[in-house]
Design a protein around this ligand. Structure first.
Ligand SMILES: [Zn+2]
Length: 281
């Protein structure tokens, strides 16, 4: 069962005051999305380093995104953080928006990075507390397979344009017994996910079963996984690192959010370290 968006957001003390000037835009969204959007937009409004870059198409489609850039002006690595492609998985959405606040407080977390953060990839699902998108399909099985889902097309357009060095997708799994992840993209990915799982296991233990989500798993890692998962276009070279990070659904929401944030911090720190050392893995 999901905690209501209002309750969950209340835990984190987010402000509900409407920033002036965007009332008209907010009417496009329902209550849950608006709450997240208001918080993100307020942060962006106060910050010199966060920019709101929402895409609002004339036909009503929208894609929420924020850009954060290292204040020191050297943005060597471009990483996309995606949450809420499954609309009923709330902890990733809150973690993505909390990440913006953390970056404001501790910019060194993302030194040398340009981050593009997509807190709600499936607005209809998030609004309605549903896994699937507006068409009834699981959007996270539709990428790069010529599907017509507008949410997927908007994200594909962005993934192609941005050619990220790294992709982090946040999920919650109500069948898992602990944190785990999918390893996709470049061979570097497992060397980022393993320490991320290790760090986040201080918050929520790992799922150590040999089969998770009907896939064979090794040390809480699944290699490959489903077709059509949100990720880089296949013809992107070199392929970015691509991590799907999953928290179990049963721990308190605050713990899940914390696990996501710890994992993201560790991934960013490791990737920067590996690159600066020029290590060949
Ligand atoms: Zn999911």
């Amino acid at each position: 069962m999901l905690v209501s968006s209002e309750t969950a957001i209340g835990i984190y003390g987010l402000s509900f005051a409407s920033p002036s000037g965007n009332h008209q835009e907010l009417t496009l969204f329902g209550n849950r999305t608006s709450s997240i959007l208001r918080y993100g937009d307020q942060l962006a409004g106060r910050s010199r380093y966060i920019t709101r870059q929402h895409v609002l198409a004339p036909d009503g489609r929208h894609l929420l995104r924020y850009r954060w850039a290292d204040p020191h002006g050297s943005q060597a690595y471009r990483v996309g953080v995606f949450a809420g492609i499954h609309g009923d998985e709330q902890s990733g959405v809150i973690a993505a928006i909390q990440l913006l606040q953390h970056l404001e407080w501790h910019p060194l977390i993302a030194e040398f990075y340009e981050l593009t953060i997509y807190p709600i990839c499936n607005p209809w699902g998030f609004e309605n507390g549903r896994r699937e998108g507006g068409s009834g399909k699981d959007l996270n099985r539709c990428f790069w397979l010529n599907h017509e889902e507008p949410e997927v097309q908007l994200l594909e357009q962005d993934l192609r344009a941005k050619q990220f060095d790294g992709i982090i997708a946040l999920h919650t799994d109500d069948t898992s017994e602990g944190i785990y992840g999918y390893v996709r993209g470049s061979t570097l990915t497992r060397h980022l996910l393993e320490p991320a799982l290790q760090a986040a296991s201080r918050v929520i233990p790992r799922d150590i079963r040999s089969s998770i989500d009907s896939h064979p798993a090794n040390d809480s890692m699944i290699f490959g996984g489903y077709q059509g998962i949100l990720g880089a276009p296949e013809d992107q070279h070199p392929q970015p690192f691509s991590i799907v990070f999953e928290t179990p659904h049963h721990p308190p929401l605050g713990k899940q959010v914390e696990a996501h944030l710890v994992a993201i911090g560790e991934i960013l720190s490791r990737y920067r370290k590996i690159n600066s050392e020029g290590r060949d893995i």
